[in-house]
Every structure is written in C-alpha cells, then in structure tokens.
Design a protein around this ligand. Structure first.
Ligand SMILES: [Zn+2]
Length: 557
C-alpha cells in the first residue's frame, strides 16, 4: 500500500443569503453584519500521497461537520466530500487552486452543498497567508427540483486553527519514519508553501542547505500559534514578521545577525529559546526577517546594509505598529541586525521606545580589520572571483565552491570542528559562536540557521570594519553625524569572549552616544564566558543571558 496523507482543517467565516452572485466579499460583509456564520471542521484524507502531489486532478476525501445555524440548528454532517489540490490554475501563471465540494446533511433530512475554492499565488510571498487561509464559498440548496445557490461568503483559517491543522497533518502507511517525515515535508511545503516552515513542526529547510540532511522533527514551541505577516518595503522587497503574542508588554521586534533567519532565535534544540523567554514574560514578540534572511528570496539578491537600515527597519516598525496598534515598539537586535538598527535610527527611524543592541554596534572593533588591511578581504576576493553569493553548504564538484573553499582556507578559525558545514560557517562569518556553549542538538542543526549571503553586503561590512565605524556603502559619514537621533534608552550587550566583534566596540559606542545625548539613556552588560551567537542559542542561555534581556526590556514597559 502506498503512503497517504491526512489532516484536519477548521475554517470559520460569514456568508449571506442576500448575496447570490460572485461578490464573495459582499456576502462576507453582509453576513458579518447579520451574524450569519458558516464554519466547518473536515478531515482531508488521501490514500496516495505521491499521486496527490503529481496528478494535477487528484482528489482527496472530506469528512466532518458543518456548523451553520441558518441552515440547521444542529451541526450538519459531511461524508465523502471532494477536495482537489490542482497543481496549476490553467487561467493564471504560478497559481494553484484548491477546491472543496461537500454535501452537508441536516438533522431534518435536508441537504446543502458547500462549494469553495482557494487560489494560491506562488510568486507573491506576501499573499501566501491570505491565499492559503481564505476560502471563497457558495452554499447550494439541493432540496428543490433543481439546485439553487442560496448564499455567498468567505471562510478563513485562524492562526491557532492553522497551527492545529499543521500538527494533525500526518503521513499514513509510511514504510519507515524517514519516509513519513519526508512525505510530510513534501506535502506540507506544497500545501502551505513558506508557511509550513513556521507551522509545520518539521524542519525542511535543511534540504536546501545540506542536501544529505533528512527533515527533522521539531519540538512544539512554548508559545501561542504564530501569526505570519509578509509585507513590502518601498523598493518592493518582501519581508517577514512572525508574531507570538504573549501579552501586553512590547511589542518587541527581534532582528537576527547576518546570514541567519530568525530561526537563530527560535531554534527548538534548546529547552527555552529567547522568544519563548520573552513570551513567558508577557511580551508581544515579533521575529523580524529582514532582506538578508536566508528564508526570503531577497537573500539571493544584491543589496547593501543601507537598504536594511533605510528601507527594511522603517517598513517593519510601521507594520508592527499598524497590526498591533501599539504607538511604539521595542527592538532587540544582534550583530548586523543591531548595527543596521542603529544606522536606521541615525537615518531618522521613528516609533522605537527602547532597544537592546547586541555585539555589533556603531564601532566595529574587529580582528577582521587587520586581515582586510592586509588584502584579505573576503568580499573583495569573492568579487574578484566573480562570485556574487555564497552559502554555508558546499558541493566540491562545483568550480565556484572550489574557489570559495580555497579562499576560505586562508581564513583560519580559533574554533576547531570536525563538521565540514560548521567549518565553512566559521570560514565565511568568522568565529560566530563558541562551541563550548552549544549543546549537541544545536551544533547538529547549525546548518539550519545559516544560508545564502550576498557579496555586496559583505563588501559594505568590510568597508565598515576597515573604517572602524558605520559608513554608508559609498564610505560617506551619513550616519555618525546624526547620533542625536539615537536619544532613546539603549542597552548594549556583548559576549566578553567575542573574538569576531570585540567588546571594546560597544564600549566606544556607549561612550560616544553618552557624549552626544543624555548619558543616563545608555547601559552596557558583558556576558562572561560567552562569545557571539552562542549568547542566543547556548545550552544555558535561558539561565545566563535571557533574564538580562528581559530585564532591560522590562525597564521600559
Ligand atoms: Zn562545529
């Protein structure tokens, strides 16, 4: 017997019996006004997963209940309904269509058909949440001599329901656990696209970066269901915010370091990660994937740190304020996320109440500066080799990878490791973590937290490191002469053993800011025995680091 797939889907919404044409939105609006609800909970089941994924018409079965007091005071029963996951909508490019057709039987013997469809635009990332979770619906009366449309509306999946749906998704009749997990990953990605990564409970991104790594089952995070928001910057770049609403504190935006997605914060291989610690402390947590996040298509484009500072931060802060309704936000940012945040403030970013700024700040004291002055500038070397992007994965058969590997051999790391992926991460990014602070599960999953990086960004970073303080991509002092704009409470945090960006950098930043603005605004904390990213994904970070971060954010709530 082949492997099959099964999951439970709950959709809720409104319809109206006074709108019978194709104006679904009008039906929904009228239904909301009149309080005419339509909800269903269906089990979707197919006994052939492969066929489901490859046959463009393949059908799955729907069984469950419909709640619609307008049609029947008791729930209506559905058995043997049809679900189609069409691979392409023939009328539109890059579009998939999901259709639902179910006959619902009421206790009084009457039958109604519910017809619905979802349209998924694969090319528009920021629409994937509404696309995947919006069902345009018609109710058809089957009790007269001819069938008759009696209502129109729209149903939605709520984030909490979607999280449940993804956890109910399972492969049936798999030959072994690896087939089950691989099948789940394939179907999940196909069904939910980029949302599967956040909701799916299976880490599949490793397939892209480390081709021999099987998907990995994640533990459920100790937070509410995530609420994913894709949004656009003023240059039409699609970015992502993932919200975990833990209470009234914040909202706090968490920005990760360069070449890492926000998964570097929300990694499940430690008992409690930083978002979970903030959630438990009552924060409305927003993970911010800016354009360098390997989770986003934009990571494969060329851009500078100015784009992150002047386009991404303003768009993200505006989005958080708009959705949460909060007048101001707090920011917790690490490494390049931290430096570009300070650049954003200097460029005039508004709406930030306080911040925690980790490791890389306005001054970039780094041993890299000596290498760059000695002509060992990774960005320049790659530019000369005509290489535009590099990843932490590598394939020795590719000529480009052989060149990168040869270049990286000249970048020795203090950290020794048997893992080729780990050595490559250290080669590209420097000593980004201290092995002693990581547990084995995190080290084994380290490739999940890094991805593609573009060389233009490396070149801008190299320019800043060589200059010693932040400059724009042309080398201009357009940030350092506006430090009066950074007159908000900022706590600088730094791993005492950070060999990549030395603690003296954030000390200089604090002193400089204290000389321009009210010195009482700025605090600084060093973490003993910690270096760089290990502060946030360390085995004991929940004990050693997170209470400080929570405490510093708490002072401004
Ligand atoms: Zn290692």
């Amino acid at each position: 017997m082949p492997a099959g797939i099964q999951f439970t889907e709950t959709m809720r919404g409104h319809f109206s019996t006074s709108v019978l044409n194709d104006d679904y939105a009008a039906g929904e609006a009228r239904g909301r006004k009149d309080g005419t609800i339509l909800e269903f909970k269906m089990t979707v089941q197919s006994d052939n997963l492969d066929e489901m994924l490859t046959n463009p018409q393949h059908q799955a079965r729907l069984d469950g209940t419909v709640n619609c007091p307008t049609l029947s005071p008791q729930p209506l029963k559905v058995s043997g309904g049809e679900f189609h996951l069409f691979i392409k909508d023939p009328t539109q490019v890059n579009t998939r269509l999901m259709t639902y057709k179910m006959v619902a039987k009421a206790a009084d013997g009457k039958s109604y058909r519910i017809d619905g469809f979802k349209t998924i635009h694969d090319d528009k990332h920021f629409e994937i949440w509404p696309d995947t979770t919006t069902l345009f619906t018609k109710v058809v009366d089957l009790n007269g001599p001819a069938e008759k449309v009696i209502g129109t509306g729209i149903l939605h999946i709520l984030p909490a329901d979607f999280a449940v749906q993804m956890t109910t998704m399972q492969v049936t009749n798999a030959a072994n656990p690896v087939e089950a997990l691989t099948g789940l990953a394939k179907f999940g990605l196909f069904f939910a696209g980029a949302l599967f990564d956040t909701y799916g409970g299976v880490l599949v991104r490793s397939n892209e970066l480390k081709t021999d790594a099987p998907p990995r089952k994640k533990r459920p995070l100790k937070m509410s269901a995530p609420d994913v928001h894709f949004f656009e910057t003023d240059d039409k770049t699609t970015l992502r915010l993932t919200r975990y609403s833990g209470g009234k504190k914040g909202p706090v935006m968490l920005a990760p370091g360069f070449g890492t997605p926000t998964l570097a914060y929300s990694i499940d291989t430690v008992d409690t990660n930083l978002p979970e610690a903030l959630f438990a402390a009552g924060y409305d947590v927003w993970l911010f994937d800016y354009r360098a996040s390997p989770d986003l298509k934009s990571a494969r484009t060329q851009f500078t740190l100015d784009d992150i500072a002047k386009r991404d931060y303003p768009a993200a802060v505006a989005k958080v304020r708009e959705v949460s309704g909060a007048p101001t936000v707090q920011v917790m940012a690490h490494c390049v996320g931290s430096m570009t945040f300070l650049m954003a403030m200097a460029a005039g970013l508004q709406g930030v109440r306080s911040a925690v700024s980790s490791a890389l700040t306005l001054y970039s004291d780094s041993p890299l500066a000596n290498r760059i002055r000695a002509g060992m500038d990774l960005g320049k070397l790659l530019t000369n080799a005509k290489i535009e992007t590099l990843t932490t994965d590598f394939d020795r058969q590719k000529a480009e990878d052989a060149i990168i590997d040869n270049i990286l051999k000249t970048f020795p790391s203090k950290e020794q490791c048997h893992s080729a992926v780990c050595r490559r991460i250290l080669g590209i990014y420097g000593d980004v973590y201290k092995h002693d602070q990581l547990n084995e599960a995190t080290h084994n999953a380290i490739h999940e937290m890094f991805g593609v990086a573009n060389v233009r960004t490396f070149n801008h970073l190299g320019l800043i490191v060589r200059t010693g303080h932040v400059v724009d991509a042309n080398g201009g002092d357009t940030y350092m002469n506006h430090l009066d704009r950074l007159a908000i409470p900022i706590t600088f945090v730094h791993g005492e053993e950070n060999n990549l960006f030395l603690p003296s950098g954030s000390l200089k930043t604090l002193q400089k800011l204290a000389s321009v603005n009210d010195a009482k605004l700025y605090q600084r904390v060093e973490f003993k025995n910690y270096a760089h990213m290990d502060c946030y994904m360390g085995r004991d970070s929940a004990r050693d680091i997170f209470p400080t971060i929570v405490g510093e954010l708490d002072r401004f709530n």
